[in-house]
Write a protein that binds this ligand. Structure first.
Ligand code: ATP
Length: 364
């Protein structure tokens, strides 16, 4: 396991006082590792920018601590931290050339002119803009300006680079390109990237680990696959990808294993480790692509059955809405051309298949 670079220990942050008091962060703890692409993901107002600003030193925590390599950062001002930030607005100096934009900070830190110039060339190579050193920012496209902002932030070789929604000003195509580019820069430099976004696809595509935030709290931290396939909370399952939610009861399957009994009576043994302390009604989440359909005549005893209410053909897959009765709808996504029958018609009665490992029991 690599070393922890940044630790947040029970960090709280409030703004204002009295009736205007806002809790931006509530008892947040997280360890971020060396050489990690770490993303804080959540909807507007969940506190992700505040956490980033605390790490950068632009705000002070109301309670708890931020540590860098085990040492409390406390009142250390931003410029004394080996941490740099790339803002959404790029914040390049308009009257300086690209090269000067990069060398400026280095020279302020006392790096000799020649060395700063060499470093600038190295950084321009890194972001693949070696021939643009003599231009001024207004002569560059948005994507190029973004790369220069990155080159400038990476030039002093910070231990941590903070990125606050750096791609949100770019159009979709450029954004996708820059996602790949950012990932490459992180891997090549080995610098820890702490990235803030509200875009779940972006988070899944780039991150080693994601912290999903809601209302000032971190709900789940994990690798993209873990967050997607094993969401712990309804909010996480809903915010990242599509999910179906079913209500069932936790039971023992008779062989000492934990299982969920769904509304129709179907009992599904769980592969998930659910505490023996839990019992009674639970909500489970299941991804649409982890469900399948069979003709009703092939459905087993107690298997969930319903009526196809909508069919949407997407080329690679077909998405079905299944009406289970009592206003309960289920979304099922089946790959086309995979061999399984995937051409059910509107109005057809169908049985729903699901494998045990597709079912996730959510936290209360
Ligand atoms: P967004 O994606 O919209 O930037 P966010 O998840 O980054 O949202 P924060 O900017 O961290 O959220 O804000 C968290 C909460 O703290 C919000 O309710 C916000 O209004 C509040 N907040 C942030 N900064 C301040 C401030 N300087 N003064 C008062 N309230 C603030």
């Amino acid at each position: 396991m690599s070393e922890v670079v940044i630790s947040a220990k029970s960090v709280g942050k409030t703004f204002g006082s009295g009736a205007d008091k806002v809790t931006a962060l509530d008892d947040v703890s997280v360890d971020i590792f060396q050489n990690e692409f770490f993303t804080m993901l959540g909807p507007s107002g969940c506190g992700k920018t505040t956490l980033l600003r605390l790490i950068g030193g632009f705000e002070q925590a109301t309670s708890g601590q931020i540590l860098l390599e085990g040492k409390a950062l406390n009142d250390l001002p931003p410029y004394k931290r080996p941490i740099n930030t790339v803002f959404q607005s790029y914040a390049l100096f308009p009257h300086l050339t690209v090269r000067q934009n990069i060398t400026f900070g280095l020279e302020m830190q006392g790096v000799a002119r020649k060395q700063a110039d060499d470093r600038a060339e190295e950084m321009l190579e890194l972001v693949r803009l070696a021939q643009y050193g003599d231009r001024v920012p207004s002569q560059l496209s948005g994507g190029q300006q973004q790369r220069i902002a990155l080159a400038r932030a990476l030039a002093p070789a910070p231990k941590v680079l903070l990125l606050d929604e750096p791609l949100s000003a770019l159009d979709l195509k450029l954004r996708k390109e820059m996602q790949v580019e950012l990932k490459r820069l992180q891997t090549e430099t080995g610098i820890t990237f702490v990235f803030v976004t509200h875009d779940q696809e972006e988070a899944l595509a780039m991150s080693d680990r994601i912290a999903v935030m809601k209302s000032g709290e971190i709900l789940q931290i994990g690798a993209p696959r873990e967050i997607y396939e094993a969401p712990t909370h309804r909010f996480v399952a809903d915010f990242i990808g599509d999910s179906n939610f079913l209500v069932g009861n936790l039971v023992d399957d008779g062989a000492g294993k934990r299982a969920v009994k769904l509304g129709g009576g179907q009992v599904i043994e769980l592969t998930q480790d659910v505490s023996s302390q839990r019992s009674g009604e639970v909500t489970v989440s299941v991804r649409p692509e982890r469900l399948g359909l069979v003709a009703e005549s092939q459905a087993g005893d107690n298997q969930l059955v319903g009526t196809v209410s909508t069919v949407i053909y997407f080329g690679t897959d077909t998405t079905y809405q299944i009406d289970l009765g009592n206003d309960a709808l289920l979304t099922v996504r089946m790959q086309n051309g995979s061999g399984a029958k995937a051409d059910f018609a509107q109005g057809e009665r169908v049985g729903i298949t699901m494998s045990p490992d597709s079912i996730r029991v959510l936290a209360d």
